[in-house]
Design a protein. Structure first.
Ligand SMILES: Nc1ncnc2c1ncn2[C@@H]1O[C@H](COP(=O)(O)OP(=O)(O)OP(=O)(O)O)[C@@H](O)[C@H]1O
Length: 286
């Protein structure tokens, strides 16, 4: 099966500042990859390189096209939402839909109208009369109605309330996604997308520090709640991260022997947010 996205040895610097360091990622049809990292880690820069919007060294292919040279061809099959949704203030919602129908061969007007029908956004409203969250919803309705093989979402739910965020991810799975497509999504609210992701790449200071399927992560990482008297033994198993709160210490382990852990306390599977915090904080323990 051909990957829809291939990123090989991609580097990018702003002056002396290396912001992408030897990035390697592939995304296959059916994958929903969460690109997760702290502020300034390089997520947007990476997505911009993918979209041919920023220069880089190394190799990127999106649907077999080099985005830095064949951007126009690539964009037939790619839809994306930037973290700053900009739509002209004077535009009416109905005009935005007609515009998309005119410029994008794969735009499905009915789908956009159905999505908007679930919101409070009237077709005769101008963008300037919409709230920030409503502008984001309009933007999402327009982009998700494009039948694209590759969908790139940079903080798509920024500024949306929790009900609308849930509605967006449901819409994404029910009306957009199928096994022939792939999605890359960045968000700081990892707990909200944990259940829809198939894969995760954690990025820290421009480097991919973990790239795994969500299933593998669930097998690989464990949380141990450890009693005080077992603490030294637990520490000798080299946890990635340890946290004490109200007399209970929890430790995150990577690839530790489950039997040894079970002998020391209660073992559970961590959430992606737990693994993220553990991996991002591991240098502090070293
Ligand atoms: N045009 C630019 N000129 C110089 N440095 C830049 C530029 N754009 C981004 N950077 C730097 O590149 C690094 C990565 O930025 P980027 O926007 O990719 O991070 P991010 O992971 O998307 O962060 P956030 O979660 O805060 O949106 C940061 O250190 C940022 O300061």
């Amino acid at each position: 099966m051909n990957a829809l996205i291939t990123i090989e040895n991609v580097n990018k610097s702003y002056g002396q500042h290396a912001v992408l360091k030897d990035i390697n990622l592939t995304v296959q049809p059916g994958q929903i990859l969460g690109l997760v990292g702290p502020n300034g880690a390089g997520k947007t820069t990476c997505l911009q390189a993918l979209l041919g919007l920023s220069e880089y060294t190394g190799k990127i292919e999106v649907m077999q096209h080099d985005p830095s040279k064949k951007r126009h061809l690539m964009l037939n099959d790619v839809a994306y939402i930037a973290d700053v949704a900009v739509l002209p203030k004077w535009l009416k919602v109905s005009q935005a839909i007609e515009y998309m129908a005119d410029v994008h061969p794969n735009f499905n007007r009915e789908q956009a109208l159905t999505f908007l029908g679930k919101t409070n956004i009237g077709l005769d409203k101008r963008v300037k009369a919409l709230s920030k969250g409503m502008v984001t919803q309009l933007h999402l309705a327009l982009i998700l109605a494009v039948d694209a093989k590759v969908l790139i979402l940079d903080e798509p739910t920024l500024g949306l309330d929790i009900l609308t965020r849930r509605q967006f991810y449901n819409h994404l799975l029910e009306d957009f996604y199928d096994e022939s497509k792939c999605i890359i999504v960045t968000t700081h609210q990892i707990e909200e997308i944990e259940n829809i992701l198939t894969d995760v790449a954690f990025i820290q200071n421009g480097e991919i520090v973990l790239n795994e399927s969500v299933d593998n992560i669930r097998n690989r990482f464990k949380i141990l709640a450890v009693a005080n008297q077992q603490m030294d033994q637990a520490k000798s198993l080299k946890p990635l991260f340890s946290n004490s709160m109200m007399g209970i210490t929890t430790m995150l382990f990577d690839n530790a022997d489950e039997e040894s852990l079970t002998a020391l306390g209660n073992v559970t599977s961590p959430s992606l947010a737990d693994v993220f915090v553990g991996i991002m904080s591991r240098e502090e323990l070293a």
